[in-house]
Design a protein around this ligand. Structure first.
Ligand code: DSN
Length: 413
């Protein structure tokens, strides 16, 4: 029986979500559209199988084909990122980070990571998270011109002697000097970790610096610029392989989601294809055009612009709050998320900024010309945040544009 016959309520919501994805402009920088092949692997029979353990050393029978799948995912991940070891089982980014911490640290150890409001991530030590109860997090910041403050990072490292220095961000727009950070870590005998969740696809394509050959441990999600299924992964030096595998299972997780691992393997194969390099280049080109077009319209770009797939815009400079801008853009068919800016004087539910990204639009085939058009709509929608008629008119224009870039042709629920 089809999904529609078994559960028309879920089928209807899925169809509406598909229509929303088709008709709107998806500009949340951490979102993307997986290929039909990834979607097929995700919805496959591999979801039925328990396979606790690692390939070749499982606690369940019947794992022969699952081992083949997971081994392919591991081999491809190692090739993509030049890694000595890969664990593809983490369910997502937060569990991957927790597993990385527990593999390298003891309770009470200090971690030096980026302050959340300067572009860090909740799992890098926000007091509301579980790791913050176990480890002591110290936050470095960005300079007023928006780059990582490496001098501040070094001073904090010398003062606090962290066991781990953590790079990697969810709202930072520049590339990272991993070699410089490694030198600082070596001065104090600290481990190095990078959370490359946002930029993994750009790194795999050679479009951003790769920390994997240099750092002890690198975590990522697989669903952002890497364009795989929702999931996580840990890459590390061979010397940490055992500790990482044990931290994931049995340390933190039970049976791995092998359907997701199959989908990861497919996405990694796609990312190894030369066409993925072109995709990653276009993501960056598109972000650059958006930057130029928004700046030309008087928008304030945090971190001084972009070197990757995302932009952070301080919308208070245009008389809006982050929440107002997000809502106005939503009404105009453009999906973004409100986001804090460095040392944001406003609260997290209605901060000063919005985050914009180009990975999903680039997957749809949009290029520089479309970015120019979209920058104009973003500017207009923020200015017309209280004008429902104008926002609805932009939404119609957005619909016309997106209809020229088909998404999941033929799919229906
Ligand atoms: N939630 C992700 C993001 O949007 O950046 C990070 O975990």
């Amino acid at each position: 029986m089809t999904l529609r016959a078994v559960d028309p309520d879920i089928a209807r919501s899925l169809q509406q979500e598909l229509d929303r994805q088709r008709e709107g402009l998806e500009m949340i920088p951490s979102e993307n559209f997986v290929s039909p092949a990834v979607l097929e692997a995700l919805g496959s029979v591999a979801t039925n199988k328990y396979a606790e353990g690692v390939p070749g050393k499982r606690y369940y029978g019947g794992c022969r084909f699952i081992d083949e799948i997971e081994n392919l995912a591991i081999t491809r991940a190692k090739e993509l990122f030049k890694a000595e070891h890969a664990n593809v089982q983490p369910l997502s980014g937060a569990p991957a980070n927790l597993a990385a911490y527990t593999a390298l640290l003891k309770p009470g150890d200090t971690v030096l990571g980026m302050d959340l409001s300067h572009g860090g991530h909740l799992t890098h030590g926000h007091p509301a998270t579980f790791p913050a109860n176990i480890f002591r997090f110290v936050g470095y910041k960005t300079t007023p011109d928006g780059a990582i403050d490496y001098a501040n990072l070094r001073n904090l490292a010398l003062a606090h002697k962290p066991k781990l220095i953590l790079m990697g961000y969810s709202a930072y727009t520049r590339d990272i000097d991993y070699a410089r950070v490694k030198r600082i870590a070596d001065e104090i005998g600290a481990y190095t970790m990078a959370d490359i969740a946002h930029i993994a696809g750009l790194i795999a394509a050679g479009e951003m610096a790769n920390p994997v050959p240099l750092f002890d441990i690198v975590t990522t999600t697989t669903h952002k610029t890497l364009r795989g299924p929702r999931g996580g992964m840990i890459l590390c030096k061979a010397v940490h392989a055992k500790a990482v595998d044990k931290a994931v299972f049995p340390g933190l997780q039970g049976g791995p989601h092998e359907n997701v691992i199959a989908a990861k393997a497919v996405a990694f194969k796609e990312a190894l294809d030369p066409s993925f390099k072109e995709y990653a280049r276009q993501i960056k080109k598109n972000a650059k055009v958006l930057e130029e077009e928004l700046r030309a319209r008087g928008h304030r770009l945090v971190h001084g612009g972009t070197e990757n797939h995302l932009l952070l815009v301080d919308v208070t400079a245009k008389g809006a709050t982050g929440k107002e801008a997000q809502n106005a853009l939503d009404a105009a068919g453009i999906t973004v998320n409100k986001n804090a800016i460095p040392d944001d004087p406003r609260g997290p539910m209605d901060p000063s900024g919005i985050r914009l990204g180009t990975p999903a639009l680039t997957t749809r085939g949009m290029k520089e010309e479309e970015m120019k058009q979209i920058a104009g709509w973003i500017d207009e929608a923020i200015a017309a945040k209280d004008d429902a008629t104008r926002l609805a008119a932009i939404k119609e224009d957005v619909k016309k544009l997106t209809s020229r870039f088909p998404l999941y042709d033929g799919l229906a629920y």
